[in-house]
Design a protein around this ligand. Structure first.
Ligand SMILES: Nc1ncnc2c1ncn2[C@@H]1O[C@H](COP(=O)(O)OP(=O)(O)OP(=O)(O)O)[C@@H](O)[C@H]1O
Ligand SMILES: [Mg+2]
Length: 356
């Protein structure tokens, strides 16, 4: 198992879509991945053991320093590094992180390197994370089977112990943690898989009702009152019903999580006609929770962004991918009276979409 884990982590390290250098405290290269060598345009890995300043010559030999005093008054230092490799001019964007041992002492610096051209937009970041997602899918696949084994064994031990054994609490705690790991794996897989399967003419109202029904016990437990304002005779539209239901599930679950002390949830469906014959179907999910911090509203659709201690931060990015694959949009804003409103908007489609 340990050998497998180390092989997996080595493969991840080697196939990361950005360069990684591990520098010791004196700036010697302790490890580097293939992408870093590509970026340096070096073919073999004989840079391991060399001083990074001998490989990449810059005006600032301390560019990888994590000491905030060195970087004072220069907020962009460590962001873009210009220099020469074997006489060739190069520019990289870098991110630095301390590399610590088990006791928390800094042993060196981890440098993430990328082409400057690839910095910036959310779409770039999304693309990069999707290829990370492909990798995650591989890792998730490898972890799933042993995890099932662990679950079966633990459940077996639980049955052997007898109902009143005090150790049952520990077993429940382990199973709850296993549930959490499984949810993370499921989300990672969902994030990296193709997002849309078979489409069929579907009623959004039916999907809303099904999702509310599935979440019924949670509304009760959290003392949340549900108001449905579903437009009668809402036209059906061509969509992948499982995927769109997943989006509704993610948005409604977020609303529940935003109202830990109870509140009310309103679901509205409408049709918006914007041109002759063309229309959008819309679902509004409105809650009376704490709302979205205005400073964070730009970031909530980014993969792995979460403000919840047990969140993975994949619910909204997965939903956005699914909805975009349907040609639709999701937008979010805070309500004047407090709480958040999410709008899911899908173009009404009737003819089967052409296969790409
Ligand atoms: N209805 C809402 N009210 C307030 N904040 C929200 C709401 N929905 C989402 N957010 C914010 O957006 C963040 C990202 O949501 P997202 O669903 O992507 O991840 P998550 O819910 O934190 O974790 P998970 O992967 O389990 O869904 C949340 O952590 C929260 O800060
Ligand atoms: Mg969520």
């Amino acid at each position: 198992m340990r050998a497998l884990a180390s092989e997996i982590s080595d493969r991840i390290f080697q196939s990361l879509p950005f360069g990684v250098l591990l520098l010791d405290r004196r700036g010697r290269i302790a490890a580097c991945n293939r992408r870093a060598l590509d970026l340096f345009a070096l073919v073999d890995d004989d840079i391991v053991g060399r001083d990074v300043n001998d490989v990449l010559r810059t005006d600032d030999p301390h560019w990888f320093s994590l000491d905030p005093i060195d970087r004072l008054g220069d907020p962009d230092a460590g962001r873009v590094v210009e220099g020469r490799i074997g006489g060739r001019k190069v520019t990289f964007s870098v991110e630095l992180a301390p590399c610590t041992d088990e006791a928390g002492a800094t042993q060196g610096t981890l440098v993430l390197l990328d082409d400057t051209s690839r910095r910036g937009t959310d779409d770039d970041r999304m693309e990069r994370l999707i290829s990370l997602g492909e990798l995650s899918a591989y890792v998730a696949h490898e972890i799933r089977n042993p995890l099932t084994g662990v679950r079966t064994t633990i459940q077996f031990v639980g049955q052997k112990l007898g109902k009143d054994d005090p150790k049952q609490e520990d077993i429940e705690a382990i199973i709850a943690e296993l549930d959490r790991v499984e949810k993370i794996i499921e989300d990672l897989l969902q994030f990296s898989r193709p997002q849309v399967g078979t489409k069929a003419m579907t009623s959004l109202n039916t999907l809303v009702d099904r999702t509310l029904e599935a979440l019924g016990p949670q509304f009760e437990a959290a003392k949340i009152e549900v108001n449905r304002k579903l437009r009668s005779r809402l036209p059906e539209s061509l969509m992948d019903p499982d995927m769109i239901q997943r989006v509704l599930f993610n948005l409604i679950t977020n609303a529940i999580e935003a109202m830990p002390d109870g509140g009310s949830l309103k679901l509205t469906t409408t049709v918006r006609r914007y041109r002759a014959g063309e229309a959008n179907l819309e679902v509004f999910i409105s809650d009376t929770g704490r709302g979205i911090d205005p400073e964070l509203v730009e970031r909530i659709f980014q993969p792995f962004f979460t403000t919840r201690p047990t969140g993975t931060g994949l619910g909204l990015p997965i939903s956005l991918q699914i909805v975009r694959a349907h040609g639709g949009r999701i937008t979010a804003r805070n309500r004047a009276k407090g709480g958040a409103i999410f709008r899911l908007s899908l173009p009404r489609a009737t003819a089967p979409a052409e296969e790409a």
